[in-house]
Design a protein around this ligand. Sequence first.
Ligand SMILES: NC(=O)c1ccc[n+]([C@@H]2O[C@H](COP(=O)([O-])OP(=O)(O)OC[C@H]3O[C@@H](n4cnc5c(N)ncnc54)[C@H](OP(=O)(O)O)[C@@H]3O)[C@@H](O)[C@H]2O)c1
Length: 316
Amino acid sequence: MWLYLATLVGLYYLLHWYRERQVVSNLDKYVFITGCDSGFGNLLARQLDLRGLRVLAACLTEKGAEQLRDQTSDRLETVILDVTKTESISAATEWVKERVGDRGLWGLVNNAGISIPLAPSEWLTKQDFMKILDVNLLGLIEVTLSLLPLVRKARGRVVNISSIMGRVSLLGGSYCISKYGVEAFSDSLRRELSYFGVKVAVIEPGFFNTGVTNSEKISRAIQEAWDQASPEVKEIYGEKFLASVKKSVKKLKSTCCNNLYLVTNCVEHALTACHPRTRFSSGWDAKLLYLPMSYMPTLLVDAMIYWMSQRPIKAL
Ligand SMILES: NC(=O)c1ccc[n+]([C@@H]2O[C@H](COP(=O)([O-])OP(=O)(O)OC[C@H]3O[C@@H](n4cnc5c(N)ncnc54)[C@H](OP(=O)(O)O)[C@@H]3O)[C@@H](O)[C@H]2O)c1
């Protein structure tokens, strides 16, 4: 009985492994990636270029675009794109249309993102919340809506870079809110687009050493949020709380993973496999800590965070 069961489980995993290894036959396809100046987007653009795909890399700055072109083949082309600006998205869409023609766009990778302002929510203003939502959520939605007709034409793929913080809300401000939004948008989009042969995948990285986890930038943002907080908020949190938050941010670099391929390989799979997964958690912290946490009872997660976090000076 146990032998039959073990054989069945073994066969299931073998079949699963075999299905996942099937790659689409022709990789001479166009892929558009946002936020290619640095981090995952930059590495992914170079990786897919080496793989032979036709990469259309959107950068926020001309300097980033120039550096990327210097490191890649003539196949890769760049365009300047600010995902918070409708005119910039329209211009980039026209640029993509001219290149892909009747073939359509095989891949859209929504990668551009920011993580600051980051601080306890009470230290922030509505405008602070809007800054992140504008890039990470509304920018991603507008780029998707604008390029979707081209993706549908190719029966292609949309790959959204979310975060494991889109499953467990551990940070104040709107970073987690934006990533929860990306998860919800991706789920509804995947169901709607399944009727047209378009696949939608979500990547949920843990913590990696890139621009969004830059401890100096985060520390500065926390200080700025503190400076603008009301006297009442400052009194209940206390300078000691601020100092200990900044101290733990300083340690971020040593706890973040340096192997960005753990993320870009998942995106490559989502774009090139015949049967891609719909969700990928990248990084051991995501797989072993945050993903299991996301399935735990809220009471337990709240208690863990309560005991592990710094306490405001006037905490009860
Ligand atoms: N690193 C992590 O631990 C981690 C974990 C989970 C999810 N993520 C997500 O991964 C994605 C990529 O981030 P990353 O970690 O690779 O950090 P990154 O190196 O800072 O990359 C983000 C990219 O987005 C660009 N960008 C910022 N604002 C933009 C805008 N308005 N329009 C267009 N592009 C813009 C940045 O350009 P500049 O460099 O010129 O500012 C940069 O190239 C983000 O969505 C992030 O939330 C990261």
